[in-house]
Design a protein around this ligand. Structure first.
Ligand code: NAP
Length: 314
């Protein structure tokens, strides 16, 4: 029975989780990764990454593949496509139930990431897959010579708008203010791209579809003027919300649900760490996720070492 207890279970196999797995494995911990989807996480849906040190430009999926290849050099058990149903993190031995099995572990690292926020307007949820998409990399190719609309003013909205210009003949970029919060270099590229039409100080009101998306109703928040734009696709990129619902009753979060940690990545519970996009952090990038993972992997190793020392003292 004892051998079935993992030293560390990592929930989420994106860059943060994979990096934590590497550090745990190098500390000789018995470690496993569980993810409800494939190994690699969110970067698989990004177009190009050009701010991961050492790679001037790399496709998101390619970087994920490299991360997994690296992990495969070590003794890390992987459980992809296993949805976590229940967690009990409060005891010394933590329990994680998936549809398939039950896991026990001395430490748990939460790396469950975040999901796209919804606009919450009429016509959005009903038309997912019929013109509303949260993944330009997955769906962009369907919009060859078509018109698409991207909503948001952060790095995601601007980078994905640029990516969509590879296919679409026109990309509307709708933002609720008149200044973008994306990185300067990305802003410059967007402003120079002739296929992108900026529509600022404007919010979307409704997506109109007839089996597939046809128009979007928008409203200028300064003039209150409403108008309809013909569009074949709508890509909302208005931020993210943490995948932390499973942990609410046990783990402390901020008001938006992002998990609070100390500098060792430990949460309010001993032996439970949180890393990457699910954590309250000032910067959400692949490089910071990987860095969080390293810290948590080492913290988990130290915690296990301390447990061993305490057991040998008794
Ligand atoms: P974000 O930076 O939070 O930006 C969200 C954007 O959506 C903001 O411009 C915001 O407007 C707008 N917005 C929010 N709610 C809205 C609503 N209800 N209606 C209309 N607009 C709304 O989110 P993100 O771009 O998804 O990025 C998430 C994190 O990942 C960020 O930390 C980002 O830097 C990082 N990221 C980094 C890269 C990269 O480094 N290459 C790429 C992608 C993402 P306001 O500006 O007015 O608040």
């Amino acid at each position: 029975m004892k051998n079935n207890i993992y030293d560390c279970l990592i929930l989420g196999a994106g860059p943060a989780g994979l990096s934590a797995a590497l550090y745990c494995a190098r500390s000789n911990l018995k470690v496993a990764l569980i993810d409800s989807f494939a190994i690699g996480g969110a970067p698989g849906n990004y177009c190009e990454i050009e701010n991961y040190l050492g790679f001037k430009k790399i496709q998101g999926f390619e970087l994920c593949e490299k991360f997994e290849e690296h992990i495969d050099e070590f003794n890390v058990e992987k459980f992809p496509y296993e949805e976590i149903k229940e967690v009990d993190l409060t005891s010394d031995i933590k329990k994680i139930k998936t549809q398939e099995r039950e896991f026990s572990a001395k430490t748990v690292i939460i790396a469950t990431g975040a999901k796209p926020k919804k606009l919450g307007i009429k016509g959005e949820t009903e038309n997912i897959g019929k013109g509303v998409s949260y993944c330009a990399v997955c769906d962009g190719a369907f919009y060859q010579d078509k018109i698409v609309t991207v909503i948001g003013g952060g790095n995601s909205a601007l980078e994905e708008a640029l990516y969509l210009t590879k296919f679409a003949k026109k990309v509307y970029l709708i933002h609720r203010r008149n200044d973008f919060r994306a990185d300067e270099i990305v802003k410059e590229r967007v402003k120079k791209n002739k296929k992108i039409t900026l529509i600022l100080d404007t919010i979307p009101i409704e997506i109109i579809a007839n089996n597939k998306v046809e128009e979007i109703v928008i409203k200028n928040i300064k003039t209150e003027e409403e108008k309809k734009l013909k569009t074949d696709g709508v890509f909302p990129y208005i931020g993210i919300e943490p995948n932390s619902d499973l942990f609410f009753k046990q783990i402390k979060t901020d008001e938006s649900g992002f998990i609070l940690t100390d500098e060792t990545m430990q949460t309010n519970l001993k032996g439970v760490y949180a890393i990457g996009d699910v954590r309250k952090t000032p910067l959400r990038q692949v490089i910071t996720a990987v860095s969080d993972g390293a810290v948590a992997g080492v913290s988990s190793g130290k915690y296990i070492m301390k447990l061993k020392e305490e057991t040998t003292k008794v």
